[in-house]
Design a protein around this ligand. Sequence first.
Ligand SMILES: NC(=O)C1=CN([C@@H]2O[C@H](COP(=O)(O)OP(=O)(O)OC[C@H]3O[C@@H](n4cnc5c(N)ncnc54)[C@H](OP(=O)(O)O)[C@@H]3O)[C@@H](O)[C@H]2O)C=CC1
Ligand SMILES: C[C@H]1O[C@H](OP(=O)(O)OP(=O)(O)OC[C@H]2O[C@@H](n3cnc4c(=O)[nH]c(N)nc43)[C@H](O)[C@@H]2O)[C@@H](O)[C@@H](O)C1=O
Length: 362
Amino acid sequence: MDKNSKIFIAGHRGLVGSAIRRELEASGYHNLLLRSRTELDLLNQKEVEDFFETEKPEYVFLAAARVGGILANDTYRAEFIYQNTQIQNNIIHFSWKSGVRKLLFLGSSCIYPKACPQPMKEEHLLTDVLEYTNEPYAIAKISGMKMCESYNLQYGTDFISVMPTNLYGPNDNYNLLGSHVLPALIRKMHLAGMLMNNDFEGIRNDFTVNPVEGVEVSGNDDELTYALEKFGIFKADNTVELKLWGSGTPRREFLHSTDLARACIFLMEQVSFKDIVKERGLNEVRNTHINIGVGEDQSIAELAALVQKITGFEGRIAWDETKPDGTFRKLLDVSRLNNLGFKASISLEEGIDAVYQEYKSK
Ligand SMILES: NC(=O)C1=CN([C@@H]2O[C@H](COP(=O)(O)OP(=O)(O)OC[C@H]3O[C@@H](n4cnc5c(N)ncnc54)[C@H](OP(=O)(O)O)[C@@H]3O)[C@@H](O)[C@H]2O)C=CC1
Ligand SMILES: C[C@H]1O[C@H](OP(=O)(O)OP(=O)(O)OC[C@H]2O[C@@H](n3cnc4c(=O)[nH]c(N)nc43)[C@H](O)[C@@H]2O)[C@@H](O)[C@@H](O)C1=O
């Protein structure tokens, strides 16, 4: 890739896509191809085919997908498998047809077995059953990675796949019905803190800036208090109780989206599919994806305590075990990425604090 290369970022407005755009622009890449969903619906095969034929991008970052937390994955199972396979099939296939030089596909750490040995290595893929709550999404991600690998083997393309761990950062999804745990903790504690102080104007403003279906900002204070209970935020005697999902015992690893973007750009610039095959000395070519993470994790309860410290919420934390825990642990082995020359650098506490400051400033 050189600074004039024509680079398409699919999903450039999302958590990952916006970070890749930010980091590419900061590195001097100025020929970026960006299309919003209304300009180019990636589910529409004809629109995607025409786009690639007309624009002929040289490089593609595939960061567009249907994404959500554990409850969204478990609820919208058909949408997650249909939309993700449709988007990636269209982009990978027409990248090949139009002669894209290199594509980077974003998978996810949920592709590994539920009871995978920890930390999880690339070769652990497809060695056991998957976690049920996000199986449709995981199957879509595995097929996207397999598709890249198969096009490389049959057509000689250079399409590489990365498997990031749980992410957070600017432009995250704070819609509490579909968000991942970290943005959910940040927003819930922010709201619970305002409820502690009876700051109903602050609460109304939060839901005005970032609407969530089912929360009417026009309601009176009592109606607003009742609406917050849907998100586990309860006024209790002279404090506020925040009921989080599951048992708090599962462990999760978190990577800042800026670190992820830097890793993706590093790999796009420095590593090709044939380098990966050579490095792995594979006669049966499989598991050619690359894990991207920080190499350490913590329990959800420990994460909640950290977010409580950063947000200053002084109420009580409780656990709603009717909600799913999901995979107990999914710590990635990132030795391959580190050996290739990349290491994440943003610390979790600094990263969360910066994200919280940005959230409050909206
Ligand atoms: N967030 C996380 O914790 C993790 C994410 N990943 C992967 O990273 C990638 C990006 O995820 P993330 O940035 O978090 O997701 P976001 O939901 O923040 O962004 C997804 C982007 O895809 C776009 N998009 C979705 N459907 C379509 C469509 N039909 N046509 C055009 N654009 C579409 C969205 O557009 P619009 O803005 O219009 O909605 C949005 O910009 C995904 O592949 C995900 O699986 C992997 C591991 C963890
Ligand atoms: C990136 C990754 O993200 C997803 O997998 P996940 O990590 O299990 O999802 P999550 O971030 O939503 O939950 C992590 C843990 O946190 C607990 N938890 C507590 N309280 C809240 C809460 O309020 N919201 C949420 N969302 N979770 C909560 C929750 O019960 C669970 O134990 C899939 O998309 C998967 O496919 C994937 O790729």
